[in-house]
Design a protein. Structure first.
Length: 71
């Protein structure tokens, strides 16, 4: 199971907690819809790399199991 949306939300809640690297890269979406790094045509975008899976899963499962409405 891939939890892309949940991981993005968790990173928004706790910036820097769930990725080892967040470089800025020149990104472009090509005519076929593929995301590419392109130094000539790309726009600078902060990219999240090397997810910290264990930290995220602890956070995510903890949120799912919370029964008292706490974060």
């Amino acid at each position: 199971m891939t939890l892309h949306d949940q991981l993005a939300i968790a990173e928004t809640e706790q910036p820097g907690a769930f990725f080892a690297q967040k470089p800025t890269l020149p990104i472009v979406v090509d005519s076929e819809g593929f995301t590419r790094v392109d130094g000539a045509r790309g726009k600078d975008v902060s990219v999240c790399l090397q997810p910290r899976r264990d930290a995220f899963m602890r956070h995510y499962i903890g949120r799912l199991l919370a029964t008292d409405g706490s974060r």
